[in-house]
Design a protein. Sequence first.
Length: 277
Amino acid sequence: MSDPHNEFEGSNVLIEINDSSEPASKLGMPIQEYLDILGECKKKLFDVRAKRPRPHLDDKVIVSWNGLAISSFARASKILKAEAQGTNFNFPVVGFNLLLSRKWDELFLDREGGAYFNTPGEDPSVLLRVKEDHDGAESSGNSVSAINLVRLASMVSGCKSDHYRLKDMAMAVPLMCCAAVMLTVPSRKQVVLVGHKFSEEFENILAAAHALYNLNKTVIHIDPTNTAEMAFWEANNKKVALMARNNFAVDKVVALVCQNFSSSPPGVFGSRIVGFP
């Protein structure tokens, strides 16, 4: 037992190291009798401990930790196919990401020195604005921002996130190195699925798109019959909107494998998407 502060020096500490049969044999008693006596001892110790003040319960909710957990569950759900849950937030999420990215730049970006500050510059009581430059148990905001900007650039055309913002945040942090790795390939691949989303065929093709892990992959779902959705892609990525219009079929779902938003002929063979990875 470790006792770095010598708190138990001169005291007896009850501990059972070996299998229960060994001390029972040394004491010359049946194993069950030994276990019964040991159980009584544990109960007496527990009753005494129950009278002590209980430790403080830390019940705070940390948003960043919850975000990491949600992100992990979302990635796992791509591979581990489960019962589908109805959702209606696919393309609006990309729009929210765009708005959040712009607001993030407005409040926190250091346009002269690069990277993001931890606080906005509007509060006069904050004397010093600092930047996180370390990935520990919790990833730094700059590293997460770099990853998010690279992913956003793979969905929205004309986004400069992939070639200047990462350069501005070049700090020695592990997660940010992942963003650099994501940019070492010529360009990220996009798998564009065109068709009605709530169908068995769509779920099967979506599972095929996520069946093989690829760090540099973005899956985009488009239903050309959804007017609001098409309007969003027309405004933010005309190439993807054009793919959706030109490849839409009422009775099937089409999978397009693209690089830099230039697609190959559509094709699905069994549970595998042709041309990917």
